[in-house]
Design a protein around this ligand. Structure first.
Ligand SMILES: [Zn+2]
Length: 331
């Protein structure tokens, strides 16, 4: 695992991501102002740009759009600080913390509890959150030729290392396979997400879900970096080389969450990436005195993409995220 950089780099303070004027073979930190707070101070996001020796595509990677989803941050630190700039074509842009406000508060959402990944690409004139994401999109993301958006599960849940991608689009299918995650879920991009907005603007984009919230999980981080490097080689930003290929992912044609109907203390039995069979008991809910209220069974065969690990489960709590495995090579 590469180490982080020891020598301090001088950041540029700006309102736009300016890539054209950067010298070849350079690594440049930016603080990009998106909005101002009520004390007239800039609200800025940290962006690290690695520009290769020769021209080529602009490959964007965004982390921590949800402020408690942190595994993408060490991915970008270790990746960008160790790229072979003298042998690289094009530019890799790492948005280290897309949602700086929520990071301060160890929270997921943006201003007024708004989920930034439900309002993309925002509005030029609107609420604080709408303007914030609009400028994030237009000042930064819109310059990318490709995008990988790094997320994790939410509080109280565990995720596998999995990709959401439109497997019917050749670029995003390639990005998904080369990422070599544990699971790929075919998921056409939905409106108002960063991935969906990027796709609408002609930027092939996938979402990589890297484990659990508010932690750095080094094994998932290492595997994510290996996958991103494979994608960078495929799109010719980095020279090709032979590498050991991890086991192939499980491909899911679709996925959905199962929810509790009764409230109580919840125990979810399978682990992420376990296969569950139809009618297999997957969870138990007990009342405050330890009496079984209900056992939940899997309605069909599938793979556990994610699971709830928060035992306090009111009616309507998530149980498992069940992926329906594609029977043959359908994509
Ligand atoms: Zn997220």
């Amino acid at each position: 695992m590469p180490t982080v950089r020891e020598k301090m780099l001088k950041p540029r303070f700006t309102k736009e991501l300016e890539l054209d004027n950067l010298p070849p073979e350079s690594l440049t930190p930016f603080w990009i102002e998106l909005i101002q707070d009520g004390l007239s101070q800039p609200v800025e996001i940290p962006v690290l740009v690695a520009k290769g020796k020769n021209p080529g595509p602009i490959f964007g990677i965004t982390a921590a759009l949800h402020g408690n989803e942190l595994n993408g941050i060490p991915v970008l630190h270790k990746l960008l600080n160790n790229l072979p700039l003298n042998r690289m074509k094009g530019t890799v842009v790492g948005v280290i913390a897309a949602n700086t406000i929520a990071i301060h508060h160890h929270k997921r959402r943006l201003y007024e509890g708004v989920d930034p990944n439900h309002i993309m690409p925002g509005k030029d004139s609107g609420s604080t959150a709408e303007v914030y994401v609009h400028r994030l999109f237009n000042r930064v993301v819109n310059q990318f030729d490709y995008l990988i958006d790094l997320h994790t599960s939410s509080f109280g849940r565990n995720n596998s290392l999995y990709v959401r991608a439109d497997m019917k689009n050749i670029d995003t299918r390639t990005m998904a396979y080369l990422q070599h995650p544990q699971i790929i879920v075919h998921n056409p991009p939905s409106d108002y997400t960063l991935r969906g907005s990027a796709m609408e603007h002609g930027i092939p984009a996938i979402t990589l879900e890297i484990g659990d919230p508010q932690v750095f999980q080094i094994q998932y981080v290492k595997r994510s970096i290996r996958g991103i490097k494979a994608v960078l080689r495929e799109f010719e930003l980095m020279p090709r080389k032979k590498v050991a290929v991890p086991p192939p992912p499980v491909i899911c044609k679709s996925s959905y969450w199962l929810y509790t109907q009764q409230g109580g203390f919840l125990e979810v039995l399978p682990e992420v990436t376990d296969i569950v069979e139809k009618d297999q008991v997957i969870a138990r809910v007990v009342n405050p005195f330890g009496t079984l209220i209900k056992e939940y069974k899997s309605p069909e065969r599938g793979i556990v993409v994610g699971k709830n690990v928060n035992p306090v489960a009111q009616t309507g709590s998530r149980i498992i995220h069940l992926g329906l495995i594609a029977k043959t090579e359908v994509f």
